[in-house]
Design a protein around this ligand. Structure first.
Ligand SMILES: [Zn+2]
Length: 178
């Protein structure tokens, strides 16, 4: 670990795996999220230090809105103005089932002027909050292709890595956006 990473990671009591073996599950989750957030911020600073010419983007990590707000505060504390960034990623979105809660989180940061990229946004999510994102990515098209017959005339067993399939999926999804 670099000194910077140690400084950020050490901003609360030292963390060991055993730290997550006790206490209430919710407190453990909060501690784990907070640790990952400190690493995420420290990682961005380190990457930008190593390769300042590469376009690394900040990523907000969390679970509930309060976690994401805490993550934004960590960036602010580190001197990174998220509203001034060309794009800010919003993570953990694909693992969430509650689309309205993600919508709330995404809209809160859009309201603060952040230009957001959604990682792993479901089609339903795009329908609900695409207007609050500047970009999004998804592997849903590939997952779908894996379980389906390939397009007529396509020789691999599935179109899971196929440009034509991805492009059709993209056309269909973007046509459905509000
Ligand atoms: Zn194909």
């Amino acid at each position: 670990m670099t000194d910077l990473l140690q400084a950020l990671a050490g901003s609360t009591a030292p963390v060991s795996p055993a730290a997550f073996s006790y206490g209430e599950p919710e407190q453990d989750l909060d501690a784990a999220i907070a640790l990952h957030q400190r690493y995420t911020v420290a990682n961005l600073i380190e990457l930008r230090t190593i390769a300042p010419d590469l376009p690394f983007i900040p990523v907000l990590q969390g679970w509930e809105l309060r976690h994401y707000l805490h993550c934004a505060q960590l960036y602010a504390d580190a001197g990174i103005d998220l509203a001034a960034e060309p794009v800010v990623g919003i993570g953990s979105v694909c693992r969430r089932q509650a689309t309205d809660e993600i919508a709330l989180i995404v809209r809160e940061f859009a309201r603060r002027g952040l230009r957001l990229h959604g990682f792993g946004v479901k089609t339903a999510g795009l329908g609900a909050y695409a207007d609050a994102l500047v970009s999004a990515d998804s592997m849903a098209w590939s997952m779908g292709a894996r379980r389906a017959d390939p397009l007529p005339g396509h020789t691999p067993k599935s179109c899971a890595n196929c440009w034509d399939w991805a492009s059709r999926w993209y056309q269909r999804v973007t046509a459905q956006l509000p």
